[in-house]
Design a protein around this ligand. Structure first.
Ligand SMILES: [Zn+2]
Length: 89
């Protein structure tokens, strides 16, 4: 399969806002690359959750994007064993 890019869109107006990389990080690129430049004016990688206003000026809707995907529940098993040590008195 070729590189498949995943984007998230404004939940209000549907404008493409930010790219989601396969490792969960966000990639935000904005502006046109100048001739001879390696990168566009804005090139950001974001690790974590973020809240951003829609970049469509007539919209401005705030979107909240969680780092953790909502369709995957973390395993609850792995957290419990570690707490037993703290309870020993
Ligand atoms: Zn919008």
């Amino acid at each position: 399969m070729p590189n498949k890019k995943t984007f998230v869109y404004c939940e209000k107006c549907g404008k493409k806002l930010i790219e989601r990389l396969p490792n969960g990080m966000w990639k935000f690129v904005f502006g046109k690359k100048a001739e001879g430049a390696k990168l566009p004016p804005v090139y950001m990688l974001i690790h974590g959750s973020l809240k951003m206003a829609c970049i469509r000026r007539s919209c401005g809707h705030f979107n909240v994007f969680n780092y953790f995907p909502t369709n995957q529940s973390p395993t609850e098993k792995s957290g419990k064993n570690n707490k037993e040590e703290e309870q020993n008195k």
